[in-house]
Write a protein that binds this ligand. Structure first.
Ligand code: NAD
Ligand code: 6OH
Length: 484
């Protein structure tokens, strides 16, 4: 049986308790994963601390940028290995891993390398009231050792989106990938080695959250900052454990994202765009849409068209190029999503399509597939309209007035993303500017420029990453004031 090891100070380290890495398509065991205990987390943090003082800490920005480009090349060289590992761990369709996950990881390293080379610094010439003149300028220094904790939905993509700016800023990192999807973080260690990244700069510890590697990392006194993507409730637990040592935190958390569809939209484009927004990656993307508000005159036609899209999805084997609907990540997560399907019926929803589990006559019966599901008829206060489900499911409600749609879209404790579908761009701007979210798309979805700010309002997060926002989070600014 294959083993996935921790990666500490440039070496793969085995030992300790092991847990299985499960293939969600058929429930088979892909590998045994070595869980890092307290001693190993400690070793990883110490290695990262030493590396800050070594060769890595002495590199200039141009050399660090070149190192990140070499990491990007090393991933590209093993592109198929990364794709296979991501597909096996997540069950996502191979077409998606090829098109989104792995290429996006490569681009993350390239974008932050280039940004680092071109990023300027703030400078102010000061004329103080006492007549003195001074020059103020800020220099960027690394935060130190950054703890990075990531989820299972886009494992390599979300990991690289944090590792690349953290390294660009001269930090060293200890990453704790999701226990469900440990493989690509380990493969990235091989790419780091190949790219000549010094030992201790990138470390991986495997395990779960509470009482395991995740919590050990966030409460470690020698970790200088924590960046986390995952559920809002986990964010709250991490905030508590990081608070005793007052670490800076950056949180990208859950969402209950809305879409507003106006009758003047390009109907086909809206249906196709929203079919992706609801069902891509089996609805397991933080940006996926779970609440749709459709202008009443379009409502029936829209529900019918989205139903057709849902029913045409192919829940095949992930490695089959035709498959466009993979399983959910785990049996436990499927139970959670199915409990919402059941709750929806209890809350009085009309189930337009789906609501259960697809039938197979092969090993997929042991996998965690679920039917894509469309609900209508729920009141806005229903739990299925309020709580993040994180599956291939949405609720569609009609609206009559623009203000009403905005009010319903904003009536959420979350505030990650939204989309607006309209042929009237003036309205697009007007509505977008009233939504309380971190990202609003008009006539598109998940079209992301890596330089633009990314994060959420309310329960959806703290802070922004992306472009300069990432460089600012991952660096400590030292403002230097010189009297002239
Ligand atoms: P999760 O919060 O259960 O786990 C995420 C990571 O945190 C895992 O590595 C886990 O082991 C670790 N963890 C759990 N408890 C911990 C603790 N107490 N201390 C330290 N680490 C701990 O999330 P998930 O189920 O892996 O991912 C799905 C969730 O992530 C959804 O809510 C989704 O919306 C959210 N998400 C948000 C974004 C975003 O950018 N806003 C992106 C992707 C996913
Ligand atoms: C959340 O699940 C995914 C976020 C991904 C990005 O923001 C991106 O630009 O790749």
């Amino acid at each position: 049986m294959k083993e996935i090891h921790n990666y500490i100070d440039g070496r793969f380290v085995s030992g300790g308790h092991e847990f299985p890495d499960i293939n969600p398509a058929d429930g088979s065991v892909i590998a045994q994963v070595c869980e890092a205990g307290e001693a190993q987390v400690d070793q990883a943090v110490s290695a990262a601390r030493r590396a800050l003082r070594g060769e890595w800490g002495r590199l200039g920005t141009a050399e660090r940028a070149a190192s990140l480009h070499r990491v990007a090349e090393a991933i590209e060289k093993r592109f198929d290995c990364f794709v296979q590992a991501e597909v096996a761990d997540t069950g996502k369709p191979i077409s998606l891993a090829r098109k989104l996950d792995v290429p996006r990881a490569v681009v993350n390293f390239r974008v932050f390398a280039d940004l680092l080379k071109t990023a300027g610094l703030e400078a102010f010439q000061t004329n103080a009231p006492n007549g003195k003149n001074a020059l103020n300028y800020a220099v960027r220094k690394p935060l130190g050792v950054v703890g990075i904790i990531t989820p299972w939905n886009l494992p390599l993509l979300l990991l690289s989106w944090k590792v690349s700016p953290a390294l660009a800023c001269g930090n060293t990192v200890v990453v704790k990938p999701s226990e469900e999807t440990p493989a690509t973080a380990a493969l990235l260690a091989e790419a780091m080695k190949e790219a000549g990244i010094p030992n201790g700069v990138y470390n991986v510890v495997h395990g779960c959250g509470p009482g395991s590697a995740g919590e050990l990392l966030t409460q470690h006194p020698d970790v200088n900052a924590v960046t986390f993507t995952g559920e809002s409730s986990t964010g709250s637990a991490i905030m508590k454990s990081a608070s005793s040592t007052v670490k800076p935190i950056s949180f990208e958390l859950g969402g209950k994202n809305a879409a507003i569809v106006f009758a003047d939209c390009d109907f086909e484009a809206a249906v196709c765009g929203l079919a992706d927004a609801v069902f891509l990656n089996s609805g397991q993307i933080c940006l996926c849409t779970e609440r749709l508000y459709v202008e009443r005159e379009l409502f029936n036609a829209f529900v019918d068209a989205l139903r057709e899209k849902a029913e045409s999805l192919i829940p095949g084997w992930p490695l089959d190029g035709q498959t466009n609907l993979g399983p959910l990540i785990s049996g436990q997560h499927r139970e959670k999503v199915l409990s919402y399907y059941k709750l929806a019926a209890e809350e009085g929803a009309a189930i337009i399509t789906g609501g259960g589990v697809p039938i197979f006559e092969d090993q997929r019966t042991r996998g965690f597939y679920i039917q894509p599901t469309i609900l209508t008829g729920l009141p806005e206060f229903a739990r299925c309209v309020k709580e993040e489900i994180f599956g291939p499911v949405c609720h569609i409600a009609p609206f009559d007035e623009e203000e009403e749609a905005i009010a319903m879209a904003n009536d959420s404790h979350y505030g990650l993303a939204a989309s607006i579908w309209t042929g009237n761009l003036k309205r697009g701007h007007r509505v977008a500017q009233q939504l309380n979210v971190g990202t609003t798309w008009v006539n598109c979805w998940f079209l992301r420029d890596l330089r633009s700010p990314f994060g959420g309002a309310g329960l959806s997060g703290i802070g922004r990453e992306g472009g300069m926002h990432s460089l600012n989070f991952y660096s400590e600014l030292n403002n230097i004031c010189i009297e002239l």
